[in-house]
Write a protein that binds this ligand. Sequence first.
Ligand SMILES: Nc1ncnc2c1ncn2[C@@H]1O[C@H](COP(=O)(O)OP(=O)(O)OP(=O)(O)O)[C@@H](O)[C@H]1O
Ligand SMILES: [Mg+2]
Length: 542
Amino acid sequence: MITATDLEVRAGARTLLSAPGPALRIQPGDRIGLVGRNGAGKTTTLRILAGETEPYAGTVVRSGELGYLPQDPKEGDLDVLAKDRVLSARGLDSILHEMEKQQALMAEAADDKVRDRAVAKYGRLEERFSALGGYVAESEAARICNSLGLPDRVLGQPLRTLSGGQRRRIELARILFAASDGSGKSTTTLLLDEPTNHLDADSITWLRGFLQNHDGGLIVISHDVDLLADVVNKVWFLDAVRGEADVYNMGWKRYLDARATDEQRRKRERANAEKKASALRSQAAKLGAKATKATAAQNMLKRAERMLDSLDDERVADRTAKIRFPDPAPCGKTPLMASSLTKAYGSLEIFAGVDLAIDKGSRVVVLGLNGAGKTTLLKVLAGVETHDTGTIEPGFGLKIGYFAQEHDTLDDDATVWENIRHAAPDAGEQDLRGLLGAFMFTGPQLEQPAGTLSGGEKTRLTLAGLVSSAANVLLLDEPTNNLDPISREQVLDALRSYSGAVVLVTHDPGAAAALDPQRVILLPDGTEDHWSDEYQELIELA
Ligand SMILES: Nc1ncnc2c1ncn2[C@@H]1O[C@H](COP(=O)(O)OP(=O)(O)OP(=O)(O)O)[C@@H](O)[C@H]1O
Ligand SMILES: [Mg+2]
């Protein structure tokens, strides 16, 4: 259970959220969807509830076990085996370790007393181990991992060798494993920040079922509305403009209706207040002409101002800009070609014999199951990963823009402005400012270090950086992860009207549909085909 009282959350000088009283509370059985635009403060609020960071004001009281999945995967000890990382969630790895120690003592001890003590201790440890489901734990952990698209092979690898997406899935598996503590009813409170990023459709379906059956409390931040509709029974809406959280004690569908009604009411109130304020103003103007009534006029003006101040600023609320990707640099007929590309990690073949020719302005989707090498293929084409055999032939004028899953092309310590400057050193300052504006970065945010941006803001900045260099071949790996529905539409819109070539990896059927692709490359074989509705369906299933 978690209760936040008089919570106030700030970022820099901005108040993201102020929630007076015990407004925010998570109890067993609560399945809360925490929603709001990119940058509204969802991640910051969840981190505070999880105890990762302190609020600006207010108190947070927690009881019971917590499982927190951050939006950005943490860099822990990368030499740990994936399987051990998952098992460590219930402390099983350390009990096992202690059992081994007592076993050694039992074997070596010359003194009967020492041996007896070791035997007794071993017995107690063993009891705990089995009470925690130790003996079935390994298979249970493996089951959860497999459901999240992590095969046994991956579980035997050290975290260091896993992709960012795989590592994040390991973290999710670890938390769910802890929460399903073998004994049936779970009292763990789950705090999950965008858990469906990097999951394929099957895994998302499985996760949905898991969360629906979870008995402890749950807060989930997600832009996946289907997941929200199926899982949540309460909604907290963070309004970035008012800096308030609206608590709706109802499921997703009813929430959507209630929100629409609320917005209409606010609109009406605003219109009313504006009418009254302007009446007050014009009266004040008439009165102000007479010296004797100057004070009364002043008071009226003040009242009018107060009235308007207390209104929500609607205009900023859903700030939507039309994002337009700049024109790509000129290039030859086929800016990027590759033949017989092969890639293996150790003895594990990822893909083999991949041929491709990316023509100017063409649109290609790369399809394949989790682990089929989609991300690796993009990395190889982008030149950030080596291939084993085969050749990559850059055509005339090739300029690649590579969007990585984990935003690892951003310099976290540099500001937003420095990052974009670095991405396009030759572009004019005015052009860059205009571009950043179109991607909704203005004012003080230009000076913000990129590392402090929200997930969706990082995605937006990375995309701005890509296109600012006039790239003519975009290699996009899951570009819609982290984007709120409105921002996602804007980006897809821009993609639709972009005249350069695009190679897209995505689990988001809407993204593929928006691209309106001509061709598909199927991994791991690298077979090429014309795009068709069948492939569109495959994305929904894959
Ligand atoms: N040090 C800082 N200075 C100024 N602003 C900051 C700082 N740290 C964070 N912010 C801003 O706080 C806001 C809230 O960030 P947060 O990560 O909580 O958003 P979010 O709702 O999770 O968004 P998303 O949907 O994109 O993940 C963002 O606009 C972010 O840029
Ligand atoms: Mg976030």
